[in-house]
Design a protein around this ligand. Structure first.
Ligand code: HEM
Length: 522
C-alpha cells in the first residue's frame, strides 16, 4: 500500500516540477525585465541550499555580544541585499521572493492585507496553531473582529494582577538564589523569563483553569520543537501522512491538546450559561464576544466561531505571545546590563512614578524612559525578524507588477538597522531616539514595525508592552532594578548554547543563546 502511495507521490512530484519550471522561469524573467536582480534559478531548491548552509555556518561559531547580530540571524538575506541591492529577489525553492526594503512599499503591503496575503507554509504547522495569524479574507475579518475585544485596554487592566503574580514568583526565585549566594550571583535568566511569559499567558488566557492551561502549553512547546525540526528540511507534499516517529508524535500531541482545550471550553460555556463566571480572562472574553456576535445576527451560528476555531485561537495565543515576549525581556536585560546608565535612568523613573504604589494601569503608562528602552530593544533585536507575504494575482506595487504566486519578504531586522533611515549610529543602543515617540524616531515612515503594522498589526501588542513594563518595573518595593543591579557577566561574552530562541512566527530562524547575568543587591 505504502509502495503504491510513494510511487504515486513521486510521479506527482515530477509532473509538478515540469509544470512548475515553466511558471518559475517566466516569473523570474518578468521580475528581471522590470529591473529586479538576483541569482539565476537552480532546479527545485533555488537559493535554499546556499541559504541553509550559510545559516548553519553562521551559527556554528560563537559571536561576541558586541558583534553584528544581523549576519548571524539573517546571513543569506543580509549578504544578498549587500550584493544585489535593495531591488532584488531570491529563490525560495521554485518561488521567487522579492525583498522589500522601501518603507513606502512596506506601508502599502501591510495596509492592503487582502491583496498581500499570508504565505501557507508546511501543513504540519497547522498542528501547532491554525488561528488568526494564518488566516486571510473573510475568515480573518470575522475572527479578528471577535478577538479584538479581548485585547482592549479596559480588559487588559483586569489582567494586571496575573502579570504581577507571575513577576513576583520569578523575582522570589531570583531573590532566593541571590540571598543564598550572599549578596551576588550569576543566573541564567533565559529559562526564568520563558517561564514568566508562559505563566502570564496561562493565567490571563484561562484564569481559574490556569494549571490545566499550563499543561496544554507545555505540550505546545514540545509541538513547536518538533515543528522546527520538520521545517528545517525541504517539505515534500504528502510527507505529513507518513507514519514517521515525528509525525505520529505531533498528531498525538495535537489530539491531547484539542481534547484538553475542549474540556476547558465546554466547562466555561456551561458556567457562563449558569451565570457563574466573571469572564475576565482571554478565553472568557473571547467566548462572550463570540456569543454577542452570534446573537446580534439573529442567532446565526455561521457568523461566530465554532468550538474547534476557538480551540485554534487559544493555541495561537501561546505560540504568538510566549517566545516573542520572553525574547524582548531577555534582550532588555542584556542591554541594560551593558548600559548601566540606562539601567540607572530606568530605576530612577520607576521610583519617581511609582512612589510607594504597586504597579497599576496608570503608573505603568507613565513610564516614558522604560518605554523608550523597550522600543530600542525591539528595534535592535526584533523577536519577529521578517514578515512574508504572497500575491495570488498579478499585483501593482510601486512601479512594478508582482506576478501571481510570487512571495514578498519584509525583513524587519534589516530595516531596523538601515543607516539611511536610522543614521550612522543605527547599530548603537540609543533609547533617546524614541524620546519624541515612534513616528518621529521612524521619520513618519513604516521603518519600525516589530509588531507589524496596519490592519494585521499584532493583536497582543499592548498586552506584550504592559507585561514587559511590569517585568522591568516590578513593584515599588521589590522593583527588579531597585532590589538588584543587573551586571554584565563574564560568562556571557558569547551567544552560544543549546537553548533555541524561536525568533520568527513565519520562518524557522533560530538563535541560540544562554544569558548569564550577574546580580548584586543594591
Ligand atoms: C514582544 C512581543 C510580541 C511581538 C514582537 C509580536 C509580533 C507580532 C508580529 C510581527 C505579528 C505579525 C505577523 C505577520 O503578520 O506576519 C504578530 C501577529 C500576532 N500576534 Fe503578536 N507579538 C508579540 C506578542 C503577542 C502576544 C502577547 C500575543 C497574544 C497573547 C500575540 C498575538 C498575536 C496574534 C493573534 C497575531 C495575528 C494577528 C493577525 O494576523 O491579525 N502577540 N505579532
Amino acid at each position: 500500500m505504502c509502495d503504491y502511495w510513494c510511487c504515486d507521490l513521486s510521479m506527482g512530484i515530477m509532473v509538478c516540477i515540469q509544470l512548475g519550471m515553466v511558471k518559475t522561469e517566466e516569473a523570474g524573467r518578468y521580475l528581471r525585465n522590470q529591473g529586479l536582480t538576483g541569482n539565476s534559478y537552480k532546479l527545485l531548491f533555488g537559493d535554499m541550499k546556499e541559504s541553509s548552509a550559510m545559516s548553519r555556518e553562521a551559527k556554528s561559531t560563537p559571536i561576541k555580544i558586541s558583534d553584528d547580530i544581523v549576519p548571524r540571524v539573517l546571513p543569506f538575506v543580509h549578504q544578498y541585499i549587500s550584493n544585489y541591492g535593495k531591488k532584488s529577489f531570491m529563490w525560495l525553492g521554485p518561488k521567487p521572493r522579492v525583498n522589500i526594503m522601501d518603507p513606502e512599499l512596506i506601508k502599502e503591503i501591510l495596509s492592503k492585507n487582502f491583496n498581500f496575503q499570508k504565505v501557507k507554509t508546511n501543513p504540519l504547522s497547522r498542528l501547532l496553531a491554525n488561528g488568526l495569524a494564518s488566516q486571510d479574507g473573510e475568515q480573518w475579518t470575522k475572527h479578528r473582529k471577535i478577538i479584538n475585544p479581548a485585547f482592549h485596554m479596559e480588559k487588559l487592566k483586569h489582567m494586571l494582577p496575573a502579570f504581577y503574580l507571575s513577576c513576583s514568583e520569578m523575582i522570589s526565585e531570583w531573590e532566593n538564589n541571590i540571598v543564598s549566594a550572599e549578596g551576588s550571583c550569576e543566573l541564567d535568566v533565559w529559562p526564568s523569563l520563558q517561564t514568566l511569559s508562559s505563566d502570564v499567558i496561562s493565567r490571563t488566557a484561562f484564569g481559574s483553569n490556569y494549571e490545566e492551561g499550563r499543561r496544554i502549553f507545555q505540550l505546545q512547546r514540545v509541538q513547536a520543537e518538533l515543528l522546527i525540526q520538520a521545517l528545517s528540511t525541504v517539505y515534500i507534499p504528502g510527507w505529513r501522512f507518513l507514519p514517521t516517529e515525528r509525525n505520529k508524535k505531533m498528531k498525538e500531541i495535537d489530539k491531547e491538546v484539542q481534547a484538553s482545550l475542549k474540556v476547558i471550553i465546554n466547562k466555561r460555556l456551561k458556567a457562563m450559561k449558569e451565570g457563574e463566571t466573571d469572564n475576565d480572562d482571554l478565553l472568557g472574553i473571547l467566548l462572550e464576544s463570540n456569543l454577542k456576535e452570534i446573537e446580534q445576527h439573529g442567532n446565526n451560528k455561521k457568523v461566530g466561531m465554532s468550538i474547534k476555531e476557538v480551540i485554534e485561537e487559544c493555541k495561537l495565543f501561546y505560540i504568538a505571545g510566549q517566545e516573542t515576549t520572553s525574547v524582548l525581556l531577555v534582550w532588555t536585560m542584556v542591554l541594560l546590563s551593558r548600559h548601566q546608565n540606562w539601567q540607572q535612568h530606568a530605576r530612577e523613573e520607576v521610583l519617581e512614578v511609582f512612589g510607594n504604589d504597586k504597579p497599576n494601569f496608570d503608573n505603568l503608562n507613565h513610564l516614558k524612559i522604560v518605554t523608550m528602552i523597550l522600543y530600542e530593544v525591539l528595534r535592535l533585536y526584533p523577536p519577529v525578524i521578517m514578515l512574508n507575504r504572497i500575491v495570488h494575482e498579478d499585483t501593482k506595487l510601486g512601479g512594478i507588477t508582482i506576478p501571481s504566486g510570487v512571495l514578498l519578504s519584509l525583513p524587519t531586522m534589516l530595516l531596523h538597522y538601515d543607516t539611511e533611515i536610522w543614521g550612522d549610529d543605527a547599530k548603537e543602543f540609543k533609547p533617546e531616539r524614541f524620546s519624541e515617540g515612534v513616528s518621529k524616531a521612524a521619520k513618519n515612515q513604516v521603518s519600525f514595525f516589530p509588531f507589524s503594522w496596519g490592519p494585521r498589526v499584532c493583536v497582543g501588542q499592548s498586552f506584550a508592552m504592559l507585561e514587559a513594563k511590569m517585568a522591568v518595573a516590578y513593584d515599588s518595593t521589590t522593583i527588579l532594578f531597585r532590589a538588584f543591579t543587573i551586571l554584565y557577566s563574564r560568562s556571557i561574552p558569547y551567544c552560544n548554547s543549546s537553548t533555541p530562541i524561536w525568533c520568527s512566527l513565519d520562518s524557522t530562524e533560530t538563535l541560540d543563546i544562554s544569558v548569564y547575568l550577574g546580580f548584586k543587591i543594591s
